[in-house]
Design a protein around this ligand. Structure first.
Ligand code: PLZ
Length: 444
């Protein structure tokens, strides 16, 4: 691990002068459409700290959007990727294959849910994995329709924009979108009209009814869902929703795809979030946490489905790059050796207690939710009306940033503060981050 002291330190305003200089260069050279949460330029990062070019050290509650679960410079990731870098950087798996790719596929078969025969294909980004899951499901079922859910997020390529629910900023002006995509309700307990207790079964019944009546189950190739919805607001589908859909998919020959790109790899206190309700997906898409920050993504699933695409039908120049594969083997090794799933459960214990206490104190916290180290608070104008409070969310994020705590927002209504600390963060940093958050609520 890079030797970055594991303590918060502010030596300039945020952003500092060097970051501001770089931001000016960036504005002149980088396309305006590419945003940044916080224009602080990183110099080094490790454990629970991101150090910027001005020497400020920020507590990291973002993990680069759920990527650096093992830390941003985990020893095993750096060691294995460095060794691979000096052996060779690339041959292209479609030209001359190499062992790392196969080893990652073997590891994925081992850690993903279900004890059926599994195979994998590797790609570069989450969106690419989701696209390929759809290609594979269509090839296997010989059907075209794909069902997705309200508040779902699956990427920014053309097909995955179509799969993504939210218009701004992901889709606006970028159409036309891919056809044969259908969106149905999801079990969003906090905002379900008849209350969270009824939400799971009722939402499942609505989803199944819409699929049956509007598409026809026999036309559906795949149903794609995040077991905990990420960008849409850290929504845990109410109990019973996922099992009902899993059952419906099985009964109708529909490929059930769990998009665990954000929720996977120990993030929610298990290897994968769908394990919490005993769901075994047919295909699972992974990325982000898989390789400790190196670009890698995968589709893993039932061997007979994964083998449906014709030879040469799947691939890409860089998919399963050897350096990224070495990083993945290092990340998976770290998760096992340090039992990071248990760390995620401990983070939940510490954070949920504090967040629940804040909810008692601050009227604008409508909901506290999430699992493991994938936690969030949903902010409202008042608890009765539940009107989304995006302004307070932005103000709180800014206050945290200024105090040296890196937090992210999300949600269809932009009113969710989300917390995704690296699973290796020290408990003192976790507590200090929560102190900063609480102080920001007090000041608001
Ligand atoms: N599926 C569930 O969370 C990526 C998006 C950040 P890529 N989420 C972060 C942004 O604004 O672009 C994500 C996800 C789920 C798919 C993806 C897409 O993964 O690696 O960003 O393509």
């Amino acid at each position: 691990m890079t030797a970055v002291p594991q303590e918060r330190r502010l030596v300039t305003a945020i952003p500092g002068p060097k970051s501001q200089e770089l931001q000016a260069r960036r504005s002149a050279a980088v396309a305006a459409g590419v945003g940044s949460v916080l224009p602080v330029f990183a110099a080094r990062a490790a454990g629970g700290i991101v150090e910027d070019v001005d020497g400020n050290r920020l507590i990291d509650f973002g993990s680069g959007i759920a990527v650096t679960s093992v830390g941003s410079s985990a020893e095993a990731v750096v060691r294995r990727a460095s060794a691979q870098l000096s052996d060779f950087t690339h041959t292209c798996f479609m030209v001359t294959p190499y062992e790392g790719y196969v080893a990652v596929a073997e590891a994925l078969a081992e850690v993903t849910p279900g004890d059926h025969a599994k195979k994998s294909a590797l790609f570069n980004s989450g969106a690419e994995a989701v696209e390929n899951a759809v290609k594979i499901a269509r090839s296997y079922t010989k059907r075209q329709a794909v069902v997705v859910f309200d508040h779902g997020y699956h990427g920014r390529t053309n097909l995955t924009m179509a799969l993504t629910a939210k218009n701004m900023p992901y889709k606006n002006g970028f159409g036309p979108f891919a056809p044969e995509i259908y969106r149905v309700p999801v079990a969003y307990g906090y905002r379900w009209p008849t209350g969270p207790e009824n939400c799971g079964p009722e939402a499942a019944a609505q989803a199944v009814d819409q699929i049956s009546k509007q598409i026809g189950a026999e036309n559906v190739a795949a149903l794609v869902i995040e077991p905990v919805l990420g960008e849409g607001g850290f929504i845990e589908p109410a109990k019973g929703f996922l099992p009902a859909l899993r059952k419906f998919a099985t009964e109708n020959g529909i490929v059930f795809v769990a998009d665990e790109i954000q929720s996977g790899f120990c993030r929610t206190g298990q290897w994968f979030a769908c394990e919490d309700e005993g769901i075994v997906p047919d295909l699972i898409t992974t990325a982000k946490g898989i390789a400790g920050g190196l670009p890698l993504a995968a589709v893993t699933g039932r061997a007979e489905i994964m083998d449906a695409a014709h030879s040469g039908g799947l691939g890409g120049t860089y998919g399963g790059n050897p350096v990224a594969c070495a990083g993945a083997l290092g990340a998976i090794e770290t998760m096992k050796e340090q039992d990071l799933a248990a760390r995620a459960r401990r983070i939940e214990e510490v954070m949920k207690g504090r967040l629940a206490a804040m909810q008692e104190k601050f009227e604008i916290i409508g909901d506290v939710r999430g699992r493991g180290a994938m936690l969030a608070v949903e902010l409202v104008e008042d608890r009765e009306g539940k009107e989304p409070n995006a302004a307070a969310t932005a103000a709180l994020a800014k206050a945290c940033h200024n105090a040296g705590l890196l937090v992210l927002t999300c949600g269809t209504y932009g009113n969710v503060l989300r917390f995704l600390p690296p699973l290796v963060i020290g408990e003192d940093l976790l507590e200090e981050g929560l102190d900063i958050l609480e102080e920001a609520f007090t000041q608001l």
